[in-house]
Design a protein around this ligand. Structure first.
Ligand code: PFF
Length: 456
């Protein structure tokens, strides 16, 4: 074990740590979830609630996961095992690995649609498209049955080939190249969208301040969103931080990643809504916005075809870098706990994800091949999403907060997160208080609400 620990890979600098971690946070969530919810739920007022959720839940859980990973230098299961040997706590890690699979089953399917749309944008398929044609195109993509599966395979082949190259040559090199490119592309889309006539209505939609829209269910939505956005409760941050440099400022990384991720969501909103309003369309949430509204709106504006390529390229980058962090969780687990070679671990995971991911791809629409089959009243696609986002994520985060707040020795925790007292030592007590009392209480509430025990 000592030998394999010495050979363990890691990121080579603070910048690499930042881009890899940001690459995990930035994903499809920034493009179809966050901007829409912000506009719908009170604009600036919702942003304020979201920031409070980040401070009370997002950052404390992220910092706790950083502690677990960096102090043990182990995977999501091994970290618990090392800190509390032979205890049931390791199942928190096992649950995270399981949750990662569920997310990947449907996330890889949506990523496949994004790749396909990039391909269509490059081929010029959206030129002069009408609303009915946009709808029909998306309908045929979702119903498949062959093309969603083929694109899901292409997605997994891409993710796997990056992961096989390892932590430095694969994850670090790719995220350090793609994240800056992502920023350039999104700013390009912003400039075009904001200079359209009538763009002001889109800015109003996003940044109006309406406190009357903030109700308890909206607050819970913001809380859940902050979790999904920052990739928490699924072992990804534990795994990535096990590759962090030993002198990395954990407080600083957590704050910078949360801030930059929110900035990206705002930039995405500014690229999307001014254009949508300028062409007199209604903004919708989710897949409809991404796959029907965007091609329709962008194809109508000057330079639109270039912009569509840029947009679906940046969406592909976001989805891919998020998936790297997801699949790395079981890969690190198989390599370290089961003794698999990295190549074999990546290949096995890709096959498992594709086998079950096909269930999601073939059930994303009720008229798809498996669209009629339901379990607990939900199709496979929705079921995977529901269990992972609404149950496993809050429960995973809750257990992480309880473990770090009550099981871990306070002195050891302080030593690790402050780098031996060198960094942000004054903030430690505040963090410790929040992670012991406030974070668990809020996450427990989210969980009770999502399983329907408490209705807020
Ligand atoms: N943060 C990603 C997004 O916003 O799309 C999704 C995600 C990645 C969730 C990794 C969970 C995770 F572990």
């Amino acid at each position: 074990m000592a030998d394999s620990q010495q050979k363990r890979e890691g990121f080579s600098s603070g910048l690499a740590v930042f881009f890899a971690t940001l690459g995990s946070a930035v994903g499809l969530g920034n493009i179809w979830k966050f901007p829409y919810l912000t506009g719908q739920f009170g604009g600036g007022a919702f942003l304020l609630v979201y920031f409070i959720c980040i401070v009370l839940v997002g950052l404390p859980v992220m910092l706790s996961e950083f502690y677990l990973g960096r102090s043990t230098r182990r995977n999501a299961v091994g970290a618990f095992e090392k800190l509390k040997p032979h205890s049931a706590w390791r199942y928190t890690g096992v649950m995270a690995v399981f949750g990662v699979y569920l997310i990947m089953f449907f996330y890889s399917c949506v990523a496949g649609w994004v790749y396909l749309y990039l391909f269509k944008a490059v081929a010029g398929d959206f030129a002069g498209i009408t609303a009915a044609a946009a709808k029909a195109q998306f309908g045929s993509v979702v119903v498949g049955p062959l093309s969603p599966i083929i694109w899901q395979v292409i997605v997994m082949a891409t993710v796997s080939s990056i992961l096989i190259m390892g932590v430095k040559q694969g994850i670090e090199r790719i995220t350090k190249t793609l994240m800056p490119l992502f920023f350039i592309l999104i700013v390009l889309c912003d400039i075009r969208a904001l200079t359209l006539p009538g763009a002001g209505a889109g800015i109003d939609f996003l940044f109006n301040v309406d406190f009357s829209k903030i109700t308890p269910p909206v607050i819970l939505t913001a809380l859940g969103l902050s979790f999904f956005k920052l990739s928490l409760g699924m072992g990804t941050m534990v795994t990535y931080s096990s590759y962090f440099t030993h002198d990395n400022n954990l407080f600083g990384t957590a704050v910078k990643v949360a801030f930059s991720d929110t900035l990206v969501s705002m930039l995405a909103g500014l690229a999307i809504f001014p254009a949508v309003f300028s062409f007199g369309m209604e903004p919708g949430a989710g897949p409809g916005l991404l796959f029907m509204t965007i091609p329709l709106v962008f194809s109508q504006m000057p330079l639109g075809s270039v912009l569509l390529v840029a947009f679906f390229f940046l969406a592909s980058i976001a989805a891919t870098t998020a998936m790297l962090s997801l699949v790395e969780v079981p890969v690190a687990y198989f390599v370290e706990e089961k003794g698999y070679g990295r190549k074999k671990a990546v290949a096995i995971n890709a096959v498992v994800i594709l086998a079950f991911g096909a269930l999601a791809a073939l059930s994303a629409d009720s008229s798809a091949l498996l669209g009629k089959y339901t379990l607990f009243d939900k199709g496979f696609f929705d079921l995977f999403d529901y269990i992972s986002s609404n149950i496993l994520m809050p429960v995973g985060g809750l257990l992480v907060a309880l473990f770090v707040g009550y099981i871990v020795k306070k002195s050891e925790l302080r030593e690790e997160v402050t780098n031996g007292g060198a960094i942000a030592a004054g903030l430690f007590d505040l963090f410790y208080f929040i992670v012991r009392y406030i974070t668990p209480a809020l996450l427990f509430l989210v969980f009770l609400n999502s399983i329907g025990v408490v209705k807020l």
